[in-house]
Design a protein around this ligand. Structure first.
Ligand code: SF4
Ligand code: SF4
Ligand SMILES: [Zn+2]
Length: 276
């Protein structure tokens, strides 16, 4: 049975232990979160005026990487939208405008200066600098955002971090340990502590499995043993702010479920055509 224990959780970050799964499963989930869960990002620009020091291409590149709040329930991926139009419609495209001028002094244009036609889809932070304008410089543009997938461009990744590691296990053979505390001094994560009654462990989940403690142990074989549970993982997900981490995880599970069903249907079809 799969078990989940949430260690930390905010809207943008989640760390949890998942037990009863294997590497192919957690890696599939990680890859789907990175490459297949859609997010909204600016994809096209019409630059009406740009006298800033950034040329149009660099400006477009910067705009593409501004994370936007994403609404997966109201917008469609352009390739799945009923409009079938290369220009998009209200269900698959969002327009944002930006107009700024340094009339009196040098100014910095921030993500908050982008005006969105949908007040629910705005930059996740209003403090992202886009460009500096020197006196009399001006930019005026229209930006078109759409849902996309990280496998097509990193700007559509909903996660800025998505990693997992095995759940560590630490065993100290107190009969052979001479309490020299070399392992305690070396452990970068302060997982080992020197107590009167011998070497103890704390916060074992913080162990990075670096093995420095094993290498430092003067005993032969070492009195400390580091291993890991092959069916338990510590997963860390950090959202760009486009979607809450829980939603990213649920979407990834839906996609994985669909892939497995598709594969199973293909196998059934193949078997039927062999029989006929
Ligand atoms: S493997 Fe590394 S992090 Fe883990 S207890 Fe040993 S020294 Fe510390
Ligand atoms: S280095 Fe080895 S012998 Fe020394 S305290 Fe750690 S486990 Fe014990
Ligand atoms: Zn459309």
């Amino acid at each position: 049975m799969v078990e989940i224990e949430i260690l930390e959780k905010t809207d943008d970050y989640m760390r949890f232990i998942v037990k009863g799964v294997n590497v192919p499963f957690v890696n599939a989930l990680r890859r789907i979160m990175l490459t297949e869960v859609p997010a909204m990002a600016i994809d096209e620009l019409v630059i009406l005026e740009n006298s800033s020091m950034l040329n149009d291409e660099i400006l477009a590149h910067r705009m593409g990487f501004i994370p936007l709040k994403t609404d997966l329930d109201s917008y469609n991926l352009p390739e799945e939208c009923t409009c079938k139009s290369e220009f998009g419609c209200n269900l698959c495209r969002l327009t944002l405008t930006l107009e700024a001028e340094a009339a009196e002094k040098t100014i910095t244009v921030y993500s908050r200066d982008l005006k969105s036609e949908n007040l629910d889809i705005t930059p996740v932070s209003d403090k992202i600098p886009i460009v500096k304008l020197a006196l009399d410089q001006k930019i005026k543009l229209e930006a078109y955002a759409r849902l996309g997938k990280g496998k097509d461009h990193a700007k559509w990744q909903p996660v800025s971090m998505c990693t997992y590691k095995y759940l560590p296990q630490i065993k100290i053979d107190l009969e052979r340990c001479n309490a020299c505390a070399e392992c305690v001094k070396l452990c970068p994560e302060r997982v080992l502590i020197d107590m009167e009654e011998g070497i103890k462990t704390q916060n074992v989940i913080e162990c990075t499995l670096c093995m420095d403690c094993v290498d430092a142990c003067p005993q032969n074989p070492p009195a400390i043993e580091i291993s890991w549970d092959k069916e338990a993982f510590i997963f860390k997900i950090e959202s760009t702010g486009a979607l809450p981490v829980e939603r990213i995880m649920l979407e990834a599970l839906k996609i994985l479920d669909k892939k497995i069903k598709d594969l199973s249907n293909q196998l059934k079809k193949g078997r039927k055509s062999e029989e006929s």
